[in-house]
Design a protein around this ligand. Structure first.
Ligand SMILES: O=C[C@H](O)COP(=O)(O)O
Length: 352
């Protein structure tokens, strides 16, 4: 009875944002009901007019997060864009980008001026990544140590490791925690992605890398994809969101351009090629295409990720238009050239 009352109270309490979490404090143990904030600090997902859920009680996945009693939540924000509205805009954009692709002569990277050797500037383009499910705490700590040592931009990890990374990196501002969301499939509900993002941010994440619902993109259900990204962007309250398109599963240039346009329009700051978990990674062609596909939106950048193993590959990605490299080979990338230089000077010495 008391539990029932508590649930009812919880569903009718006025909403307030989650308090900031002190990352140095031990994590309290929550029951699912307690863990759920009285009201999520993210806005409810937006449903296009043509895709309103049949019952408002399923509009947000709160039941799955611990509540027995469904909560009715209707968005008070103006309705998002419908497929009918989005499709002609996307089709026009596809034509324009394909034209640009054919006519572009030259591109000069704005970042990393010296492309001949690893520099601090290059290190600051690297998201030092460990996303394997079996990653141990010691390996995550080593990831942080390497990132600090080389001056990488971020440590990119799964949400379960964000708190450890935030604590380990608390002395530095140069390297930040970056959490993947809906990773690696992108198939979790929009509400789950929002909630996952909110918790990751409370744990200390400073950037969010989310995976799009790929099947919805391939079904040309553009409004679903737009809504998914927009909801996460709003949940992150101004932190940069990178949108992973998973280019190995999105076969055509048209679909990749559509994904980039939607991400940029929905407020993402980055489009990112790959998770590294779906059998393919970043290619120079995709990075170039994605750069052109977001060029209309000032400030939106491209992250190349998946399969970038050495310095040369990293530089090729930057030359194609990547401003960030997501890689589990950051140390090798920085060492690669140093090794080449060392063996070069040995050869010189030998020849004297
Ligand atoms: O998001 C980044 C990727 O998972 C990194 O892929 P990688 O392990 O092939 O470098």
């Amino acid at each position: 009875m008391a539990e029932q009352q508590q649930q009812q109270q919880s569903s009718s309490t006025s909403f307030s944002p989650l308090p900031p979490r002190n990352i140095n404090k031990p994590i309290p143990i929550f029951t699912p009901l307690q863990r759920l904030p009285a009201k999520p600090s993210f806005p409810p997902p937006f449903y296009p007019q043509d895709q309103q859920p049949s019952s408002p009680t399923i509009a947000i996945g709160i039941q799955g997060a611990g509540l027995q009693k469904p909560i009715s939540m209707q968005s008070t924000v103006s309705p998002p864009r419908t497929n009918e509205e989005l499709t002609p805009l996307i089709d026009a954009h596809i034509l324009k980008v394909l034209e640009d692709l054919n006519s572009e002569k030259e591109y000069t990277p704005q970042i990393v001026k010296d492309l001949s050797k690893p520099t601090e500037e290059l290190a600051q383009t690297i998201d030092h990544t460990l996303l394997k499910p079996e990653a141990t705490e010691d390996q995550i700590k080593s990831l942080c140590e390497e990132a600090v040592q080389h001056g990488f931009k971020s440590c990119c990890i799964n949400p379960t490791h964000v708190r450890l990374v935030a604590t380990t990196l608390s002395e530095t501002t140069k390297t930040i925690p970056c959490s993947v969301i809906g990773f690696p499939l992108g198939t979790s509900s929009t509400s789950s992605k929002c909630y996952e993002s909110s918790l990751a941010i409370l744990d200390g994440a400073k950037e969010i890398d989310m995976v799009i619902p790929i099947g919805h993109l391939l079904s040309k259900n553009y409004s679903y994809v737009y809504n998914d990204i927009l909801s996460v962007v709003r949940a992150t309250k101004g932190l940069p969101v990178k949108v992973i398109i998973e280019t190995s599963l999105v076969k055509t240039q048209e679909e990749k351009i559509a994904a980039c346009w939607i991400a940029a329009e929905a407020g993402a700051m980055w489009v990112k090629t790959s998770t590294g978990f779906s059998g393919g990674g970043a290619t120079v062609e995709d990075v170039r295409l994605m750069r052109l596909a977001v060029a209309h939106k000032e400030g939106v950048k491209v992250k190349a990720s998946g399969g970038v193993r050495n310095f040369e590959q990293a530089i090729n990605m930057i030359k194609a238009g990547a401003s960030r490299i997501g890689t589990s080979n950051g140390v090798a990338i920085m060492a690669d050239q140093e090794k080449k230089e060392a063996s070069g000077s040995e050869k010189k010495e030998e020849s004297y």
